[in-house]
Ligand binder design. Structure first.
Ligand SMILES: [Zn+2]
Length: 269
């Protein structure tokens, strides 16, 4: 039965609960729902539930081409080839290849440089055949944008406030299959006390598609996470509050804030 009030859309309800864009300092009105990790990192219908964030139009649309590039690589570098995800993943990869070929052709994997892994000798892969490819600059650019979105989104999700322009953060991305990274993975896992796993309640055999470990220390406003896409790319990031630093002080910090998502203000490369 109607209550007499105009029915609010899902977007209006969401914005009422989350009024400010969580990607540009928490002072700009949110007008859209953004998806982080991007939908492009998953086969259609397999994006994990609940990773929706309030965004202004600029922050939401500004990352579209980076979403495609990062999504493509996160899927082709996912070494988990369980039967239930293969078909959807291949379909998505082909879609993304077409999209990237149109929008950022220089970001396509340089397959002519690909080397069978037995010649590279330092990738630990469960596949019978795996390839090592060099990293094109557009992938580095996309990774920087997606890592920035991830730290803003996951901080918002777990700490329940916005990273502000006086916060500083730094991040790294690696392929855990590469020999020599095992210690880093073990170290990150030992540091971070909490785990969150992306799920999709209506898909029974959802598999390992997105998960992250994280920790937060209120006194320094120190937040850290390590997020893994399937069994492939690992993105880690840490942020500290105003005037704080990590005990080691060795990180090169990047100030976040308005306009930082396009990578133009970064000092992290
Ligand atoms: Zn914004």
């Amino acid at each position: 039965m109607s209550t007499g009030h105009p029915r609010r859309t899902r977007l209006q309800t969401f914005i009422a609960d989350h009024p400010y864009c969580c990607f540009c300092g928490g002072s700009v009105q949110a007008t859209t729902i953004d998806h982080v990790p991007p939908k492009a990192c998953f086969p259609r219908g397999y994006w994990p539930s609940g990773f929706e964030f309030p965004a202004c139009k600029t922050c939401n649309e500004g990352s579209a081409k980076y979403d495609q590039v990062f999504g493509l690589y996160s899927l082709i570098l996912d070494f988990d080839e369980s039967q239930e995800k293969r078909e959807g993943a291949l379909k998505r990869i082909n879609q993304l290849i077409s999209g990237v070929a149109n929008n950022v052709p220089e970001a396509l994997p340089p397959v002519w440089n690909a080397l069978p892994v037995y010649k590279v000798g330092n990738i630990l892969s469960p596949r019978a055949a795996a390839y090592s490819i060099s990293t094109p600059q557009p992938l580095k650019d996309a990774t920087r944008v997606i890592a920035r979105k991830l730290v803003h989104a996951l901080y918002y999700r777990e700490v329940q406030r916005c990273l502000a322009s006086c916060h500083k953060f730094t991040f790294g991305v690696y392929q855990p299959q590469r020999g020599g990274t095992e210690n880093l993975t073990t170290y990150l896992n030992s540091l971070l006390p909490s785990n969150t796993t992306g799920v999709k309640p209506n898909i029974k055999n959802y598999g390992d598609r997105f998960r992250y470990s994280w920790g937060f220390k209120e006194d320094r406003d120190f937040f850290m996470f390590a997020a893994q896409f399937g069994h492939g790319l690992m993105v880690w990031c840490m942020s500290v509050g105003p005037g704080q630093s990590t005990p080691e002080g060795i990180m090169r910090w990047t100030h976040c804030g308005r306009g930082s998502l396009d990578g133009s203000k970064g000092a992290d490369d």
